[in-house]
Design a protein around this ligand. Sequence first.
Ligand code: ADP
Ligand code: MG
Ligand code: ZN
Length: 482
Amino acid sequence: RQMNNAGGMKALSFGQSKAKLNNETNKQITFADVAGNIEAKNELVDIVDFLKHPKKYFDVGARIPKGVLLTGHPGTGKTLLARAVAGEAGVPFFHLSGSEFVEMFVGVGASRVRDLFDQAKKASPAIIFIDEIDAVGRARGIGHGGGNDEREQTLNQILVEMDGFEPTEKIVIIAATNRADVLDPALTRPGRFDRTVFLDLPDRKDRRAILEIHAHEKPIDESVDLETIAVRTPGFSGADLQSLLNEAAITTAKNNQTTITQTVLLNAIEKVMVGTERASHMNTVDERKIIAYHEAGHALLASLLHHSDPVHKISIIARGNAGGYTLKLPLIEKKLNTRNYFLDELVMTLGGYVAEKLAFGDVTTGPSNDLQVATNLARTMVTKWGMSELLGPVAYAGNGRSMFGGSGVDSRDLSSETEKIIDSEIQSLMKHAETRATELLTTHKTVLDAISNALLDHETLEQAEYDTLLASHGITVKTKES
Ligand code: ADP
Ligand code: MG
Ligand code: ZN
């Protein structure tokens, strides 16, 4: 009787083939259907080219990554982008979701994975897409009380399959997760999902683009101004924006109207806000302001300091656990860095902390990670690289320890006297860095304000926009190693 209930039947019917082959070519999704996410698309372009012209790559002995991990908040378009890769390359797309494995009989998940890879190999070149991989790929001991054999077996089978196939099989595996932090490290080892692509929540410009894509299929009234809608929807994901337009369409039909008006759209914003659980990635107005100053502090210092790498992009859009981020790119790849470089790096890292203090006279918990990074760097300078005047050219840190993780110091070897000096040297480096950061940001407070305001307005600043802003305040922009 057990076997006759629907669940049992479903599980049994399917050691083989439940992977959905998405080959309905009636609507091929391409990169044009995915707004924004330019960096993510750029990273995927070579995968597309490889799937289109594998021979070109084999002929020169190039090895393309087997696995790509898409990570980002729910609704940022991970599934959409994976489909777009298949669409661009014109190859079949095999789709499977990690969450489907969790409640199955032991062994079914593994056999399904095996079958999926077999099918894909027959159809190659092809894409295998494993959605919600965190459902099976969590590191042991995180979440899910107790062991779950089915999960582990499924995960192991995925790893076995990935290790087992040859590059010549022309298959690329794309996995998606919004919890990259909980994944089993075995998944991200070289030769598996060794390339990670971030999908960000859309900024104002991208939100507008997404609205335009989805408004395209709907009767939009002349009164509609999508820019205003974009301005009013910070923190919305692509999926939220799509459901916003859908809500508006439903209201329009219900009211027996034939076109979607601006009023209806504006009302739909609240509906979506209430209806979806977005609080986690939505910064409040106050938080946005704090984050804007924080990131502006990092960026401005990076631009002012002689040895820092130039700013590539600044954003107040949440990524992972960070409220915002500032990206820097080295002008030249360096193998050796100098003491002066690290001194500047300390100042830059404290930029968020100092900017918050300057702007609001108070500090938040936001910079806690910055402080940790800076302190670890200072400790390494003192204990490993002989960069402290007082302690001189002595390495206290053990060998083979990670450079920035942990203290790296083997306390058995140290006299308490030496430990005290190490601590005071670290403190002095940090204090000195804070003072320099404060001086620089105070002197350039108007620029700091201007960058923060620009961030509040645009949410992200690309290098060119940022450089223009600095130039308008008379700050010369780094172009080459000076
Ligand atoms: P995820 O897999 O990251 O949770 P999805 O790919 O399922 O997100 O996105 C859900 C829907 O939201 C998509 O089908 C699409 O309609 C819309 N969407 C999300 N991001 C974008 C984007 N960047 N451009 C256009 N539409 C988007
Ligand atoms: Mg998805
Ligand atoms: Zn910071």
